[in-house]
Design a protein around this ligand. Structure first.
Ligand SMILES: [Zn+2]
Length: 235
């Protein structure tokens, strides 16, 4: 039988809230979920005070996991796709300008993303087609030197895919397929590089172990800066 209760510990200025389950098991298990919630499973006879003590000690690790998931969760404010609205492309703000036209096209002109359309309600669809087309070109261009560089570790992505994803900026399958979120095209080049390097490092280490972060730092010394920038730009 499982008994759940909500617990919290304070670590510096941060509060860690977690759900505690008691189970027939030998050791304490901590899981940080992609929504940043925390589950702790403890052996049946563990005093709560002991659980809190362990969680307090593991707080830096828990906060690091939570911030990792945070960085991969796009939180874009709702846009209406109307003339005058600003939209991002490669880290820069562009103003949307919509024209009634018989030929549908999207172009970047000065500080504007110009949308020519027969039907203004199609603006969002046209902008996203344009984002996707440019994401496919730009991501490949940005990734090329990095893919070459990672050959020294004997790895190479088997496939490189761009698609819209809800919860993450990038991912990597066990077979070496790298998937990047179309939405990254809104971020500066350095942020896109950071996600590409992160996923390439996963071809070498399939987890977030110390060795993984060591490799990521070796390849991209300033990755923390770009990670934080990505969080700010697309938050
Ligand atoms: Zn990762």
């Amino acid at each position: 039988m499982k008994i759940a209760s909500e617990q919290k510990v304070q670590f510096g200025s941060k509060e860690i809230v977690f759900e505690l389950f008691y189970e027939a098991r030998k050791s304490l298990g901590i899981t940080v979920h992609p929504d940043r919630s925390v589950t702790v499973r403890a052996p049946l006879d563990t005093p709560v005070a002991r659980v809190l003590e362990v969680i307090r000690k593991r707080s830096p690790w828990i906060l690091k996991q939570q911030s990792y998931f945070l960085s991969f969760e796009p939180l874009t404010p709702a846009r209406k796709y109307l003339s005058g609205e600003t939209h991002l492309y490669l880290g820069r703000q562009y103003r949307l300008k919509i024209f009634d036209a018989t030929q549908e096209k999207v172009t970047l002109k000065g500080g504007f993303i110009e949308v020519h359309t027969r039907n203004r309600s199609k603006t969002k669809e046209l902008v996203w087609e344009w984002y996707k087309k440019h994401a496919e070109l730009k991501f490949r261009e940005i990734a090329a030197p990095w893919i070459l560089r990672f050959k020294r570790y004997g790895v190479e992505p088997s496939q490189f895919v761009v698609k819209q994803m809800d919860m993450r900026w990038g991912s990597c399958t066990p077979k070496g397929k790298i998937i990047l979120n179309t939405e990254l095209i809104k971020a500066p080049k350095g942020c896109i590089e950071y996600v590409i390097v992160h996923e390439l490092c996963h071809l070498v280490h399939h987890n977030h172990s110390a060795a993984f972060f060591e490799l990521q730092t070796k390849e991209m010394a300033d990755w923390v800066k770009w990670k934080e920038r990505l969080e700010r730009v697309l938050a």
